[in-house]
Design a protein around this ligand. Structure first.
Ligand SMILES: NC(=O)c1ccc[n+]([C@@H]2O[C@H](COP(=O)([O-])OP(=O)(O)OC[C@H]3O[C@@H](n4cnc5c(N)ncnc54)[C@H](OP(=O)(O)O)[C@@H]3O)[C@@H](O)[C@H]2O)c1
Length: 326
């Protein structure tokens, strides 16, 4: 039998802290499943956990990774409706960088036969995030114009397509002309290279001075104040990440300039509601099946090389989703 292992950090730090350690085959407790991963998603939240930006749960070291797909190898007492041998996918905070893991059965989403494991591992966190952002955090309406930062990234490429399907005019920012072209091929009506251009000035121009109904901002420190400048009166800032650092310059008084709204949502609050998790996943799988959502997997990397995957993600060298293969 091949080795059961995890990529574990013993202390917060750079990508090099992610080291391979042999682990015992986990045993599921009541209400739990033992999963053998076939594919694991890479996400920016993994970087926040690795560096200690987000606090670690108690325990020796940290196995991060918050998205995956695989096969149920065993079920714990009291689990109903899920059988050993079944394919599932999930998103929960941490524990995914391993060949095997324990998962609460309530977080498992059964996979339809026509949704490949790699695709599922690429979309459970990123796609469900795009779903709640545009249906719940700010439910963009047909004909409205919104702005999405990091439009060529994992969440960004999915959000652009989903907004276009809803009839929303999405403007996307991305770092460089190639990323802008990729975003334009994934639903964005207009793109702005925010490395080369003042994006707020460009949004003002593109909206005839009105501004956008919402900004979906995952960049944080580098963009927060200029994102506010992009908003129309009564507009909404959806601040859902901080890939450039915490947006600590923000003050509540900044909202007064346009009676603006601010929300700071997290996927895991949505995914904890099982009815939403199953319905949103089914909707996403249906759109993937119909071709309405195309999932771009930029690269597959062996799980053991996850440190390299982190280096690429942090240095802005990835587009779309990346998948780790155990
Ligand atoms: N709150 C939630 O529920 C939730 C859920 C999922 C993801 N998120 C957040 O959404 C964002 C996107 O996540 P993702 O996994 O799909 O990552 P991603 O967008 O594929 O990668 C991050 C992108 O951010 C841009 N970026 C701008 N400044 C950066 C900097 N200083 N360092 C690194 N990247 C920078 C880069 O694109 P450019 O080169 O084009 O600028 C980079 O490719 C992250 O901030 C993540 O934390 C939040």
């Amino acid at each position: 039998m091949s080795e059961i292992y995890a990529m574990r950090a013993e202390e917060p730090g750079g990508p090099e802290v992610l080291r391979r350690v042999a682990i015992d085959r986990p045993v599921p407790g009541p209400g739990e499943l033992l999963i053998r991963h076939t594919a694991i998603g890479l996400n920016f939240i993994d970087v926040y956990f690795r560096t200690g930006t987000y606090p670690w749960p108690p325990g020796p070291g940290l196995v991060t990774g918050s998205e995956g797909a695989g096969v149920v190898e065993a079920i714990g007492p009291g689990v109903t409706g899920i059988e050993p041998g079944q394919r599932i996918a999930y998103t929960v905070p941490n524990g995914a960088y391993a060949t095997h893991r324990i998962l609460p059965a309530a977080m498992a989403v059964p996979l339809p036969d026509d949704i490949p494991d790699r695709i599922a591992a690429a979309v459970m966190l990123k796609g469900l995030t795009a779903h709640y952002l545009i249906h719940h955090s700010y439910p963009a309406q047909p004909g409205e114009t919104v702005l999405v930062h990091a439009a060529a990234g994992g969440v960004g490429l999915i959000a652009g397509q989903w907004l276009a399907l809803r009839g929303v005019r999405a403007i996307g920012t991305a770092g460089g002309p190639e990323k802008c072209a990729l975003a334009a091929a994934h639903g964005y009506a207009e793109t702005i290279d925010y490395k080369a251009t003042d994006f707020a000035a460009e949004v003002t121009r593109l909206t005839g001075g009105t501004g956008v109904a919402a900004v979906y901002d995952s960049i944080g420190a580098d963009t927060v104040l200029r994102s506010l400048d992009c908003l129309a009166t009564f507009g909404t800032l959806v601040m859902f990440g901080q890939s450039s650092g915490a947006p600590d310059q923000f003050r509540i008084s900044h909202l007064a300039r346009g009676s603006l709204r601010l929300t700071r949502p997290t996927l895991f609050h949505h995914a904890a509601r099982r009815d939403w998790l199953l319905e949103a996943s089914a909707e996403m799988f249906a759109l993937i099946r119909s071709g309405g959502l195309k999932i771009r997997i930029d690269r597959d990397l062996p799980l053991a090389e996850v440190a390299q995957a982190h280096r690429l993600l942090e240095s802005r060298q990835t587009t779309g989703s990346s998948v780790l293969i155990p």
